[in-house]
Design a binder for this molecule. Structure first.
Ligand code: MET
Ligand SMILES: [Zn+2]
Ligand SMILES: [Zn+2]
Length: 419
């Protein structure tokens, strides 16, 4: 039972972090970093530094370090991102940056699940291990708060992993964000799907709105949209038939359509335009063959014989430097996994069968370097609301997550035998 008049300090701090708007397109990174730095300064033995990877120094990355007693051992990184996707206040029952605490314990805010919860839970867990349990780690533990994850991470984690500072961390294992679990078991992720942004463009004959003719830009675009929709349905049918999980097929979802000749009242209605385009968000599971997808796009989705062209923007790596898919083993061959799993169990939690994440995180940049990385956000009995209106997390679930991290951080940082 959480008292609303006098909530525990951990709840108040979570609300304070949520009240800082770090939503795109204008994330307030400075306030977020100031808040986190001042909290971290109040925890003994945590060191902090701010790194920048853009010349404008407008995208800070906060790196905290809890030194272990044996700094020669590979260290543990706990990662989260500072930013969030935008929120349209008119679609929310409570303002998205109010962190409103309802009488049934829900804390409403953009970022409550994705992923400000885990960033500050890491710190609360470390604070308790130091102040209440008098625990000191064998391995060094690093905590990173990175910018720009939601826009691809290119000025954030993608640059960080290439830096000297990153190499010096000598990482053995990374925890990054996962997703909420509607059931009793925590979900856990060993891979991500990789995003490709596809824009297809059609050109064609312009003409009077009344004329029937072949090869208009609109006709060409709509034929392609039909072909892509068929592909989408076939992939989705595998999921509906129970043959594959959502995250094990290729998703191809339309995200914009752009055509027509603007006029002061809307669009010119009696002219058939000579250009039209559409955008798709594709997500490829690690098992997908990227060359086959590229061929399909060129030959079927945007064939030049239909006056189509296309652009593929691959938002991150699909393979490591040895050409292997980006997967972290979740079996006994990975002793980090065994330690992690045991720690969740001893905190009273249970892990669901490890999954591929349907969306994409910064974990891909660490996995590309061959560093074992697990996606995990300890939220169970919680609806999946990331990027949705009215995103919330229950206070009790949030506090339970801190206990899980206490156990996980303690075990990972005490783990003596690295293989
Ligand atoms: C485009 S990189 C990933 C951004 C975001 N996390 C997503 O899954 O959509
Ligand atoms: Zn997100
Ligand atoms: Zn996220």
């Amino acid at each position: 039972e959480i008292h609303h008049q006098n909530p525990p300090p951990a709840i108040t701090r979570f609300q304070q972090y949520l009240q800082i708007s770090s939503a795109h397109p204008t994330p307030d990174y400075t306030s977020a970093i100031n808040f986190l730095t001042s909290f971290s300064n109040s925890i003994p033995s945590l060191q902090s530094q701010i790194l920048y990877f853009t010349p404008e120094k407008d995208k800070p990355l906060l790196l905290l370090t809890w030194p272990g007693s044996d700094p020669t051992l590979p260290s543990v990184l706990l990662n989260s991102h500072l930013d969030s996707v935008p929120a349209d206040p008119s679609k929310w029952v409570h303002p998205p940056f109010s962190a409103y605490h309802s009488s049934d314990g829900k804390i409403f805010a953009r970022g409550a699940q994705d992923d400000k919860c885990i960033g500050i839970q890491y710190l609360e867990a470390i604070k308790r291990l130091i102040e209440e349990k008098n625990f000191s780690p064998l391995r060094t533990v690093h905590i990173s708060f990175v910018p720009d994850e939601e826009i691809g991470g290119f000025d954030g984690m993608a640059k960080f992993v290439k830096s000297e500072e990153f190499k010096a961390l000598n990482l053995g294992f990374v925890l990054d964000e996962g997703q909420a679990s509607p059931g009793d078991e925590y979900r856990v992720f060993y891979a991500d799907r990789q995003p490709w942004h596809i824009v297809i463009k059609a050109v064609g004959m312009p003409g009077h709105g009344s004329r029937m003719f072949d090869n208009s830009a609109m006709e060409n675009l709509m034929k392609s949209v039909e072909v892509i929709t068929k592909f989408r349905d076939a992939e989705f049918d595998k999921v509906k038939a129970g043959l594959a999980a959502n995250s094990e097929v290729i998703s191809a979802n339309p995200v914009f359509l752009k055509a027509g000749i603007p006029s002061p009242t809307g669009f010119v209605m009696n002219v058939q335009p000579s250009e039209a385009e559409a955008g798709f968000d594709l997500r490829l599971p690690p098992t997908a063959d990227p060359d086959a997808v590229r061929r399909r796009i060129a030959e079927e989705w945007a064939p030049s014989w239909r006056n189509m062209s296309f652009e593929i923007t691959e938002k991150g790596p699909l393979r490591d430097h040895k050409g292997r898919p980006l997967l972290t083993p979740t079996n006994d061959s990975n002793s980090w996994w065994s330690v992690f799993k045991q720690a969740v169990t001893s905190a009273g939690g249970k892990l669901a069968k490890p999954e591929i994440l349907p969306s994409t995180t910064d974990a891909r940049f660490m996995r590309q370097l061959g560093i074992p990385t697990i996606g995990f956000s300890p939220m169970r009995n919680t609806p999946i609301l990331l990027h949705d209106h009215n995103e919330f997390l229950k206070d009790s679930v949030y506090l339970e997550g801190i206990k899980v991290y206490e156990s996980v951080i303690k075990s990972l940082s005490s783990f003596a035998d690295s293989s």
